[in-house]
Design a binder for this molecule. Sequence first.
Ligand SMILES: Cc1ncc(COP(=O)(O)O)c(C=O)c1O
Length: 424
Amino acid sequence: MNDFHYKNGTLHCEDLALSTIAKKVGTPFFAYSHANLLRQIHAYQEAFSAVPHLIAFAVKANSNIAVLRLFGREGGGADIVSGGELHRALVAGIDPKRIVFAGVGKTTAEMKDALKAGILMFNIESAQELAALDACAKSLQMIAPVALRVNPNVNAQTHPYISTGLKKSKFGIEITQAASQYYIAMGLSNIKIVGIHSHIGSQLTQISPFVDTLTRVYELIKALRLEDVCIDHWDIGGGLGIVYNDEQPPSQKEIANALLPLLKKSGCQIILEPGRSMVGNAGTLVTRVIYTKKGEAKNFVVVDAGMNDLSRPSLYQAYHEIRPVVEKERIQEVVDVVGPICESGDFLAQDRKLGQVEADELLAVMSAGAYAFSMSSNYNSRPRPPEVLVRGKEFEVIRKRETLEDLLRGEQIPGYLQEGDLSL
Ligand SMILES: Cc1ncc(COP(=O)(O)O)c(C=O)c1O
């Protein structure tokens, strides 16, 4: 099933031409396919149907409340890492009993908000954080449900910036120290141990790091149970990769088949935290060519979207396929597709073979549903683009394009700088 395809020579999202959306909302814009989003959550639910499970979508991958709502209505939950993400998940109507809270730097204010909301569990990443949560819960006369995030020291075989399960990583509690932390947690009056958690990285394309991790974690679960530590929830994290270029990641079904024997044996409720694989290939960033520029060393296609809209190429040298919205015979040339930002690192593609394009044409930057808008910024004072959700031949704006007023929201000039005439 291809949700982005050419019809009558124009690239469509589902049954709607991307050029039609561009006419209505301008460029650049993000478009997401409703059908694709639905298919991803259903694929996870089907693949793991042999065990009690919760698909807690990693909100960081795409935080739009319409996307959260869509997953929530299908029975999904949320994996959050901040008070802001908690707010989004609750506004989207996600049942707090389907929310898990990870992150190495939860503040006491964030912990209190999550306690009051009644979330399913806190995934605790350090001894100090555990003590802080106990104190927070005590101050509210509540009991905090806890899983410890264990760091299994497994190489996720992915980009170092998105690898989180090695000893040197800031995430989680080293697996060798986890048991003693669980015993400490058992002695804390306002902590209730409910589970265990691990997440080793993102854009994983091999099954073996998942299996290695869960095998290590299962050994720990068994040892903990011998000491009467209650592990009912096993949060196995996210991390499944997607096809950006020529990767061959396993499917949800293939991952499930490899993991289910262990998961079943545990008797736990299984929590998954997929992000990228739920939304990555459901989205595209449509941008307009402003200029083409022929240099002595390179040819450039200058477009109206930049690293402030999609930072992954600059940040991780990530590959995103780029397709002209109008399909026709084109002479191939090698170009850099660059944005308008004043940074040499502002590119969407480098040394890319692309059909020759002209100023004013539309390009679609593919696989831009995950870690794209959610990582965007206003750098160079550029208003962020709109996001639209396409369903069949209709679309709705799910986030408006920012205005110049939005850019200045919250800023003010101190009184002592307001006097005087700058024209002198
Ligand atoms: C704790 C945690 N869970 C889940 C995810 C989602 O990972 P992915 O988008 O690769 O599925 C992340 C992402 O880094 C994470 O840090």
